[in-house]
Design a protein around this ligand. Sequence first.
Ligand SMILES: *[C@@H]1O[C@H](CO)[C@@H](O)[C@H](O)[C@H]1NC(C)=O
Ligand SMILES: *[C@@H]1O[C@H](CO)[C@@H](O)[C@H](O)[C@H]1NC(C)=O
Ligand SMILES: *[C@@H]1O[C@H](CO)[C@@H](O)[C@H](O)[C@H]1NC(C)=O
Ligand SMILES: *[C@@H]1O[C@H](CO)[C@@H](O)[C@H](O)[C@H]1NC(C)=O
Ligand SMILES: *[C@@H]1O[C@H](CO)[C@@H](O)[C@H](O)[C@H]1NC(C)=O
Length: 478
Amino acid sequence: MPTFWKLAFLALISLLYLCYSRVDSSDVSSIPTIAKYFSTKGRYEEVNPHLLADILAVNTSIIRPPSPRCRAIHLTAIIRHGTRYPTTKNVKKMLTFYDIVKNSSTSDASWLREIREEWRMWYTEDMDGRLVQKGREDHRHLAVRLSKMFPSLISEENLRGGNVTFITSSKHRCVNSTLAFKRGLTELWDIRDIEVDHAENDALMRFFDHCARFKIEVNDNPKALPELDEFNEGPEMRRVQEKIADRLGVPYSDITDESVEAAFYLCAYEFAIKTVNSPWCQLFDEVDAQVMEYANDLKQYWKRAYGYDINSKSSCILFHDVFSRLDTAVQENESGGVSEVATIQIGHAETLLPLLTLLGFFKDSEHLMSENYATQTERRFRTSRMLPYAANLVLALYDCGDGELRVQPLLNEKAVAFPGLSDTQSSMPLYRDVKERYRELLEGCDFETECKLFESNDTECIFLYLQVLSINIGAVGK
Ligand SMILES: *[C@@H]1O[C@H](CO)[C@@H](O)[C@H](O)[C@H]1NC(C)=O
Ligand SMILES: *[C@@H]1O[C@H](CO)[C@@H](O)[C@H](O)[C@H]1NC(C)=O
Ligand SMILES: *[C@@H]1O[C@H](CO)[C@@H](O)[C@H](O)[C@H]1NC(C)=O
Ligand SMILES: *[C@@H]1O[C@H](CO)[C@@H](O)[C@H](O)[C@H]1NC(C)=O
Ligand SMILES: *[C@@H]1O[C@H](CO)[C@@H](O)[C@H](O)[C@H]1NC(C)=O
């Protein structure tokens, strides 16, 4: 009898196991094969797949202090907001494309019938880039993981003592990400008796809005992205458009680069927001997705990264802020105790990318251009890996008891090395060496100077400004 029950129990267990592994495998197929090419619309789990098994898992072995005596004394984290709805501009493109598919597609493929007959257009313009539930979870979980990774810094005591500082961009998606991050911690420690403050600081977290030179020369200049424009007109993108037109059964002339962008968004947003592998994803194969990823990378490269010097220089203010926090921690450590043990700064992809660029991360030997798609397949600059929702750069300061402090940079919870500082011994270089590496920027890189449009009596700059202005006026007139 006992043996019978034992066997029955085992059978039940194996049945449960089977069911669960079923669930698991269907989970995997719910991930579009092209999900790793969504660039800045990508899910954080795609760059850290181990989180799919356990969203609170941390791999402490990624931080390898040179000695067991090392202890973390401060961290600064710069974090992008979590998963969000599309912006109004992109919702408009999605609606337009949806109409084309709904009214004109002639193919009888089952996924297309599903779009026409079952899929409901639910995106509305008033969604306006707001944080979604998944985005709140991105930050709640990240908060818990960072506290597990740095238990002596992000601790209940430090949170209660006001020694963890929160700074956010004023945009609703960032403020709500900040609230979610804090809630992750207060729920973890069941803190109900205190309110944790945060400060809004757009000068720091939305510096790109305050840099006149960046705005005039790049952001608002319709002629600033010729490489992207040419790529969108080029053979690779044309082929993607034709394939999509073929799959839909519509004339080639119906499908523009805006339509393929909208189609890509539909697949990406359905996945990021609802974790579904929607029929929209059937419009792309992996080759198409790589072309789309390159177009997005080109845009980020020229608008926020290495394309123009001012892109990264516009982040000088954040750069100096980060280093002055590290300096303060060093000084306070010498005189007894660090008061601000952790700084959590929440902003945008547009906040993080210029800073990563200024620090020299993900730099390729050649510019990303419209014509070098084929030779850039192994490029470092891949926004899908760098900038998913909730992307984060953490700089952790360590005291190793040898009278010297060290800094560990982590990008998306993985150890990275400061470019040009490839310390062969460990990935944790001396803070002194890091400052030497960035000495030129630390001594210069003045936000006001870099962002000023022209020096007094600098006629060349005034001329350039007028030129750009006339281009802008020309574009408005179009
Ligand atoms: C943790 O990270 C190390 C180094 O990157 C890796 O070798 C190891 O497999 C990881 N462990 C887990 C459980 O993911
Ligand atoms: C498609 O159909 C919708 C109504 O379902 C209509 O409002 C729209 O004008 C049509 N678009 C085209 C391009 O025919
Ligand atoms: C942010 O949160 C506030 C209150 O928690 C809510 O009223 C607001 O709608 C949220 N905004 C977004 C964009 O989710
Ligand atoms: C936390 O901050 C407070 C006020 O800023 C400071 O007085 C205190 O010493 C700090 N605590 C620690 C543990 O450093
Ligand atoms: C940091 O503070 C600790 C404790 O006060 C001290 O032992 C250590 O020497 C300090 N480190 C540096 C580099 O000043």
